[in-house]
Design a protein around this ligand. Structure first.
Ligand SMILES: Nc1nc2c(ncn2[C@@H]2O[C@H](COP(=O)(O)OP(=O)(O)O)[C@@H](O)[C@H]2O)c(=O)[nH]1
Length: 497
């Protein structure tokens, strides 16, 4: 008995009261931290979806975007989760059988039906935007364009999504939404960083969009788009050149060479050894060239390649008008363009072509780019086919022309020089999403980019958990100190037992 009492006096931690207090203290602190962490833990992600169909001149593509359901307003949170290339040509090619335009879309929409969870179907917006192919059809034959839209709408309404309509985008919208997409995906808008200009090359039109300090829209209001995004104002310069996409530019270049109606065209933009018989009527079947149809031309012409880059560039230059400009400065065709500024992203056909030619690295000097193109254009057609057995022949035959056209458009058209050419980045995707107008279009129509900067929580989740843990530990230490009177005391004096 007395030994037990002696021990308690020497080591008061062993008193039941102290032990109980300590255990309760530890449990209380663990419980506090657990409750705080669990209560504020992010819930398992639920997603919302949006679908956009890009009805281009050469083909249609479907994109599905997803974003966390509870955060509609945050930058960089919308991501592309599926893309589907529609089989067949662009919807404008179905002018003589519009129902086929609707039918062509169903395979990709079936994929979308599988991808989007069933309970989200009815709330998922579905948009179709048509670009330069339909702009041209509408110019040529507006009733055919209306019929194509009717057929497409009928097909889209059969799916369980929330169909928001099919329409032609203006060239200005196409340019501006491409710019929004690139800068949104780069997180440049919310972080108020210097923006990246957008260069988009399609089949029937091409767009250039950028912010320049010396452009406020007053010189040329038609080229101005004003945005207020995340609390910042942007005066965007944008221009879309109809008929200057690479397919229509090729037609214009060919038409240029057939003006006198010869039976054979010796084309410097095609490889030596390339020879095809083509129909004049197909060549001139576009509002971009119809006025150039030669009188009394034969039904067909022989298209023969000569493979000469510098002569090709001379022919390409002839489709641009560089002589007239009523503004302080122009790109071409009397279109105002302010001084180029900042980095640029070049996508769509810019990327396809430069990637094929191994020229996406813009640190390669422009002189070297032209040397390589010269060598490529001069390569015999048979050799080119042997070297690229898997590539579609239509694309393969045109890369010499397309590369020459891109270099000419950038340097002679938009005035890029050896100094600022490295500011261009050829891109296909940014963070998994394709560069193009579709994402910007959807963000705009769903109001997902606010005009004002959203309020952000005072602390991120990880910071919050760290602070709760540190405070809990401090409380624990304080609690231990509060038990100090019960601590065992070490006497300096020798104890007398
Ligand atoms: N080389 C290559 N070209 C492509 C590919 N896909 C599309 N294109 C070309 O890129 C251009 C883009 O056309 P599209 O988007 O239909 O034109 P838009 O309506 O004028 O914007 C066309 O000239 C197509 O032929 C591809 O996979 N490879």
């Amino acid at each position: 008995m007395s030994a037990q009492r002696d021990m308690k006096e020497k080591n008061p931690w062993h008193t039941p009261v102290t032990i109980i207090f300590s255990v309760i203290g530890v449990i209380a602190i663990v419980a506090l931290v657990t409750v705080a962490v669990l209560q504020n833990r992010p819930l398992p992600q639920k997603y919302k979806y949006g679908i956009v169909l890009d009805a281009g001149s050469s083909h249609t593509a479907l994109y599905i975007y997803e974003w966390p359901a509870e955060k509609d307003n945050n930058t960089g949170r919308v991501e592309q989760t599926l893309s589907c290339k529609v089989d067949g040509p662009g919807i404008s090619s179905y002018a003589s059988a519009p129902w086929k335009a609707g039918k062509s879309l169903t395979k990709c929409l079936e994929q979308a039906r599988q991808k989007v969870p069933v309970k989200r179907h009815s709330e998922t917006p579905l948009y179709l935007g048509a670009t330069a192919g339909m702009r041209l059809l509408n110019l040529e034959d507006s009733s055919a364009s209306t019929k194509v839209f009717q057929a497409v709408e009928e097909a889209l309404q059969k799916f369980p999504f929330s169909f928001q309509g099919a329409r032609i985008l203006s060239g200005q919208e196409e340019g501006a939404f491409g710019w929004v997409t690139v800068n949104y995906l780069d997180d440049r808008l919310e972080q108020n960083l210097q923006t990246r200009g957008a260069l988009d090359l399609g089949g029937a039109s091409t767009q250039i969009s950028f912010v320049s300090d010396n452009f406020d829209g007053s010189d040329s209001p038609d080229n101005a788009v004003a945005f207020r995004l995340y609390g910042n104002d942007y005066n965007l310069y944008t221009h879309s050149f109809l008929c200057y996409g690479k397919d229509q530019a090729l037609r214009k270049t060919l038409a240029q060479q057939t003006k006198s109606g010869p039976g054979t065209i010796l084309d410097p933009c095609f490889h030596p050894g390339y020879t095809e018989t083509k129909n004049y009527s197909v060549l001139y079947d576009s509002p971009c060239v119809s006025d150039r149809k030669p009188q009394g031309a034969p039904a067909t012409f022989n298209h023969t390649g000569k493979g000469n880059f510098s002569r090709c560039q001379e022919v390409v230059k002839r489709i641009f008008n560089f002589t007239e400009c009523k503004y302080s400065q122009c790109s071409f065709n009397e279109v105002f363009q302010p001084r180029l500024q900042g980095p640029f992203g070049a996508f769509s056909a810019y990327y396809f072509v430069m990637n094929f030619l191994n020229l996406t690295d813009t640190s390669i000097p422009l002189e070297v780019v032209t040397e390589r193109l010269s060598r490529y254009c001069a390569t015999p057609w048979n050799q080119v086919k042997e070297q690229h057995p898997g590539v579609k022949l239509k694309y393969l035959a045109e890369y010499c022309f397309s590369g020459t056209y891109i270099v000419t458009l950038l340097t002679k058209g938009y005035n890029f020089t050896s100094e600022n050419y490295p500011n261009i980045k050829f891109i296909k995707k940014i963070k998994g999403s394709d560069a193009g107008w579709t994402l910007g279009y959807m963000l705009n129509l769903t109001n997902m980019i606010p005009a004002e900067a959203p309020d952000s929580p005072p602390l991120p989740y990880a910071g919050y958990v760290s602070i709760v843990t540190v405070i809990a530990l401090l409380l624990f230490v304080l609690f231990i100190f509060s038990l100090r009177p019960l601590w065992p005391r070490c006497s300096k004096h020798p104890q007398i037992i």
